[in-house]
Design a protein around this ligand. Structure first.
Ligand SMILES: C[S@@+](CC[C@H](N)C(=O)[O-])C[C@H]1O[C@@H](n2cnc3c(N)ncnc32)[C@H](O)[C@@H]1O
Length: 247
């Protein structure tokens, strides 16, 4: 073999080695987006009618997913995991933005079910699940967060917002579930399931953590937050507040 040919063979081998090692590293680094989509979709399809633990309806899960993708959020916090329906939607979106989620649940039985769901949906690696009382943990978390979903005890929403707002980055979003405009409660002509709407509005107003009370009024009093309740067919009342500036 001539020297030139030997030289060419060596160069070719080096180029091939570089090519294969880079694509192997890429494969290990980037999750296969198509596979995740398929696995999550299969999970959501098979569980569509089996969410029974005060989980968000699909329309609200999809709304959370869209918000995260639209804004490219990466550092998420969820307060109130239950068995993990909203968590799967949030984590699915974060799998695309390269983000991560901390989710908090106080009930061990529900949290264990949620962990199994995360595995089945193929999104476990995006979720840091904490078994804890959010009343204590939320104020201890460092942040910053660019997306917060509040869906635990309703009568504590104001406290959660107060604890989290300083850790929410500018342009970040604080989303709160089961929040209804007072004018819609029990109106009979609105969207969604009216009984449910009333249930989380006034019907359970005697306490027990089901009623958000004057949370809407409170969140709207933050001059640095731009707040609206999303107008979604079948929603259980999703309020989103975007942080426009530091307080
Ligand atoms: C409405 S459910 C959450 C539903 C969930 N986001 C979903 O879509 O699947 C509220 C959950 O908050 C939990 N929770 C209530 N108070 C809590 C607290 N202080 N700390 C942590 N979790 C709490 C409840 O155990 C319950 O599972």
């Amino acid at each position: 073999m001539s020297r030139q040919l030997q030289y060419l063979v060596v160069v070719l081998c080096v180029l091939l080695a570089v090519f294969f090692s880079t694509s192997l590293a890429e494969d290990q680094k980037t999750p296969n987006a198509e596979n995740i989509d398929k696995q999550v979709q299969k999970f959501l399809d098979s569980h569509r009618w089996s969410w029974r633990d005060a989980n968000v309806p699909e329309v609200d899960g999809k709304a959370l997913y869209d918000i995260i993708l639209q804004h490219g959020y990466k550092n998420a916090l969820e307060i109130g995991t239950s068995t993990g329906h909203s968590t799967v939607w949030i984590a699915w979106a974060l799998s695309k933005t390269g983000g991560k989620l901390i989710t908090i649940e106080i009930d061990k039985y529900k949290r264990d079910q949620a962990l199994a769901h995360f595995k089945e949906a193929g999104v476990a690696e995006y979720i840091d699940s904490r078994l804890a009382d959010a009343h204590e943990l939320v104020s201890k978390l460092e942040g910053p967060f660019d997306f917060v979903f509040c869906d635990a005890d309703k009568d504590w929403y104001k406290n959660y917002l107060e604890a989290v707002e300083p850790k929410l980055s500018v342009d970040g979003c604080f989303a709160a579930h089961n929040v209804f405009e007072v004018s819609n409660i029990g109106s009979g002509g609105g969207r969604g399931r009216e009984g449910y709407r009333g249930g989380f509005g006034r019907g359970f107003g005697g306490g027990g953590g089901y009623w958000v009370g004057d949370f809407l009024e409170y969140v709207r009093s933050f001059s640095n937050l731009e707040t609206k309740v999303l107008d979604l067919q079948g929603s259980n009342g999703l309020c989103v507040s975007y942080k426009k500036a530091e307080k």
